[in-house]
Design a protein around this ligand. Structure first.
Ligand code: SF4
Length: 284
């Protein structure tokens, strides 16, 4: 097995080889654990490497291009389409080198994916959603103690606008349904609100997702949801804590569902037996 190479907040907080409790929980890790705790085990505890799915690779490169744009807005430096396209290309190649291989069938598929990425990035820069003002923060990593959570909450927000609106960018193949999108990303959005409130005392007026949809004519769609009330926050904290407790207890079992269609660990999953659970000890 190969040791995971991960950067916050995309770690589980686990130190796999020391078998300790999570030092923190991120909304990404919690969602992954709650989605399928066995897949979480294969990916983040056993660190079994698989070729990167194309959609994930493209999403990361698009994300890097948007980050370059928002940082340029923040610094007042070059944010021209040419510079941002170059940032996309660099990330596309660097990720292949550092995290690859990517599941490209051939060079034609690779070229098409790269061009798709350049088109959605250009569409974003050309859209009303492209940030015109100076953002409050870009790629801000926060780690905060949250009441009801037994470990600190960690999250990296793509963008915080001037009025404290938290914005997360998503790449998608098809136009999202607004209600479903907000529900699907509830843990992430409310976690960002909890982190902003704990760090600044301010409540974001909105929790937003901006979708970059790579249809033939790319679409840029903002899905805004209101800030969470106390009940919604309690619900999300309970979900995060459920993940922490499961990870700490080494509870990893198959959770068959729609996600199995695109899971890369089907073969490993078929060999699972309950005795393979890995109990975690609390760190000294
Ligand atoms: S095949 Fe399904 S149940 Fe098995 S690890 Fe993957 S997602 Fe989980």
């Amino acid at each position: 097995m190969i040791s995971c190479v991960q950067d916050p907040p995309f770690t589980t907080g686990l130190t796999p080889w020391a078998q300790t409790l999570p030092e923190h929980i991120s909304p990404t890790a919690a969602k992954a654990y709650l989605g399928c705790s066995l897949k979480f085990y294969f990916e983040r505890v056993a660190c079994i490497r698989k070729p990167t799915p194309i959609a994930l690779h493209l999403g990361k490169a698009v994300h890097a291009a948007l980050q370059a744009f928002h940082l340029a807005r923040w610094r007042g430096s070059d944010d021209s389409p040419e510079t941002i396209a170059a940032a996309f290309d660099k990330s596309f190649s660097d990720l292949e080198r550092d995290e690859g291989p990517v599941n490209f069938g051939n060079d034609i598929e690779r070229d098409k994916t790269r061009l798709d990425g350049l088109r959605v990035v250009a569409a974003y820069l050309d859209s009303p959603e492209a940030m015109k003002d100076k953002p409050r923060a870009v790629e801000v990593l926060l780690k905060e103690e949250i009441p009801g959570l037994s470990v600190p909450l960690v999250g990296a927000m793509d963008l915080i606008e001037g009025d404290f609106t938290a914005v997360d960018f998503k790449s998608a193949a098809a136009k999202p349904d607004a209600t479903h999108a907000a529900f699907d990303h509830e843990i992430q959005l409310v976690s960002y609100q909890l982190l902003i409130e704990a760090a600044t005392g301010e409540t974001p007026p909105s929790l937003d997702l901006v979708y970059l949809v790579k249809t033939k004519t790319p679409q840029i769609i903002r899905v805004a949801s209101p800030p969470a009330d106390a009940r919604r926050k309690r619900r999300v904290v309970a979900l995060l804590e459920t993940a922490v407790e499961g990870i700490a207890a080494g509870r990893h079992h198959p959770q068959p569902g729609m996600q199995c269609s695109w899971c890369q660990f089907k073969n490993e999953c078929l060999t699972w037996l309950p005795t393979q659970q890995v109990p975690m000890r609390r760190a000294a």
